[in-house]
Design a protein around this ligand. Structure first.
Ligand SMILES: [Zn+2]
Length: 216
């Protein structure tokens, strides 16, 4: 039996998801970061039992990150926070996707329930001892969390690790060039521990740099 909730750095827990590491959520202090797909609702609530949760933060308004947000906020009575520019997408349950045919098809898929955003986050805000970084591109309001004291980074989907560290799939990314700028910015932080929306934790400060597409 694998442990479903693991502490990776002081106060930073990973909710492993199912299959493990495929769609991650994290508990940072008392803030739940991301909430999987609509199907992960029960598992996330079960994983959180025994932990104090005061707020829920969504790194970006994609349905595999705020899928269970409405259920979690309702059940636990906590406010939902997200990047200011992604708030409307969550409040109206409207998908933010890249240009092209696949996103158009995806936009017809059922979306998670809408939920009121209590706080629109932006660069420099503080959440549970982490600094909010604006990292747009994958979505317009995508945010990352950075704690300089022990160099821990939660990068959302600016990078993914499935299994290689790489940029997210282009058909899911609203602005590929902008996301590459965000990749460069996060890579330059040289995080000791990088945590992804998709994939295993990474303890290699140089690896993100190598994943930034060259010539971008
Ligand atoms: Zn994702």
């Amino acid at each position: 039996m694998i442990r479903r909730v693991r502490e990776l750095a002081p106060g930073v827990h990973q909710l492993l998801g199912k299959p493990p590491h495929f769609v991650n959520a994290y508990l940072v202090g008392d803030v739940l970061v991301d909430a999987g797909t609509p199907a992960s609702r029960r598992r996330i609530l079960r994983d959180l039992s025994g932990h104090k949760v005061s707020a829920h933060l969504v790194t970006h308004a994609h349905p595999d990150h705020f899928g269970s947000s409405a259920a979690v906020c309702e059940e636990l009575g906590v406010p939902l926070w997200t990047g200011a520019k992604d708030a409307e997408a969550i409040e109206t349950a409207t998908p933010v996707t890249g240009p092209g045919r696949i996103p158009k098809l995806m936009s017809k898929m059922p979306m998670p329930p809408a939920w009121q955003v209590g706080r629109g986050l932006a660069e420099g805000d503080e959440v549970a001892g982490f600094e909010v970084l604006d990292t747009p591109g994958h979505s317009p309001g995508h945010i990352a969390l950075w704690r300089e004291s022990d160099r821990v980074l939660l990068c959302g989907d600016v990078f993914i690790r499935l299994p290689k560290v790489r940029e997210p799939w282009s058909f899911l990314t609203v602005d590929i060039a902008e996301n590459r700028s965000s990749m460069r910015r996060l890579a330059e932080l040289r995080p000791e521990l990088a945590l992804f929306g998709h994939g295993k934790p990474l303890r290699d400060p140089e690896r993100l740099s190598r994943a930034v597409p060259s010539g971008s």
